[in-house]
Ligand binder design. Structure first.
Ligand code: A3P
Length: 322
């Protein structure tokens, strides 16, 4: 945490003067390096600070962590469905009428973004939260308690393409045009884009998952696409609520997979026409193509190869590959 709490806008402005900054998508130098993570000032640094200072984890908590545009929405829906399946019967899921981001709010931008601290004590267990912070920047109580952390990552080429598409869709029309992926490519290669560097974000969770497999589950978007049933079972087991033989026979796993599938969620009224209450962002922006390999339509082969070479070098020795 920073030395002084960022209680006011003035505290934040004072801190920003001391941080390295880079060009963000808006063309301004509004991307700041804070505790080793590149954070757009719009993401809410005060929320990040408040979350670190005040959140107290409970052993039954579930934290869905990710770099943005890696499949967070999907994993939130899956984790919610698995962990709360004893409460809601088939056909009764709140996901049918509520965005996964409302059911599983982000610490930094939703819960700790207001001047008043959230009252989270009252929430029924298991509480499920989302988070984009690097592992090393999580509040100690998350790392030290028995709560579970589920991380999702994605092929970095698809992730950056999704990130740029999202920024353009999400954007409020203020007459300022955002920078393109080409214009930001050089900073991307240095890891300077939202919640980057990519390698630091993923490696923190990757290392934690190999050191403490009971604490951190590391998932890949591509693996979920390939075999969602297998990964749902893995998730349920990790969360301490494995599917029973009876549930498996009844097709509960497949039912959750179907409920949370891209086509199903995307076509629900709430995700087609709803908006996020705080930011006003359309829920539909979280559902674009949901495919593996869409980067070929946006990146030249040499850009892709160069970026992957950098990633590979940064991940050397970790055992993690893309
Ligand atoms: P694309 O832009 O490649 O389509 P996040 O949830 O972390 O913001 O990531 C968003 C990405 O996940 C988008 O990728 C989005 O389409 C995809 N996505 C959202 N819901 C999904 C689902 N249920 N299944 C598969 N992909 C999904």
């Amino acid at each position: 945490t920073s030395k002084t709490p960022l209680n006011t806008e003035e505290d934040l402005q004072e801190l920003l003067l001391t941080l390295p900054s880079e060009k963000n998508l808006d063309g301004n130098n509004s991307l700041y390096l804070y505790q080793g993570a590149w954070i757009p000032v719009s993401f809410n640094l005060r929320g990040v600070d408040s979350f670190q200072r005040h959140f107290v984890a409970q052993d039954t908590d579930i934290i869905v962590a990710s770099m943005p545009k890696s499949g967070t929405t999907w994993l939130k829906a899956l984790a919610f469905s698995v962990a709360k399946r004893h409460i809601y019967g088939a056909g009764e899921s709140p996901l049918l009428t509520t965005s996964p981001h409302e059911l599983v709010p982000f610490f930094e931008t939703d819960l700790y973004s207001k001047d008043q601290l959230p009252d989270l004590e009252q929430l029924p267990p298991p509480r499920i939260f989302g988070c984009h912070s690097h592992y090393g920047n999580l509040p100690e109580s998350i790392r030290d308690s028995k709560c579970k952390v589920v991380y999702i990552c994605r092929n970095p080429l698809d992730q950056i393409v999704s990130f740029f598409q999202f920024a353009h869709k999400f954007k409020v029309d203020d007459g300022v045009s955002l920078l393109s992926l080409d214009e930001c490519y050089e900073s991307i290669c240095r890891g300077a884009y939202g919640q980057g560097p990519f390698w630091d974000n993923v490696l923190g969770y990757w290392k934690a998952s190999s050191e403490r497999p009971d604490k951190v589950l590391f998932l890949k978007f591509e693996d979920l696409k390939e075999d969602i049933v297998f990964n749902l079972k893995k998730l349920a087991e990790f969360l301490g609520v494995p599917f029973t033989d009876e549930e498996e026979k009844e097709g509960v796993v497949e039912e959750i997979a179907r409920l949370c599938s891209f086509d199903n969620l995307r076509n629900l009224e709430v995700n087609k026409n709803g908006v996020r209450p705080l930011s006003g962002a359309p829920n539909s922006a979280f559902f674009r193509k949901g495919e593996v390999g869409d980067w070929v339509n946006y990146l030249s082969p040499s850009m892709a190869e160069n970026f992957l070479d950098i990633i590979e070098e940064k991940l050397t020795g970790s055992g993690l590959t893309f």
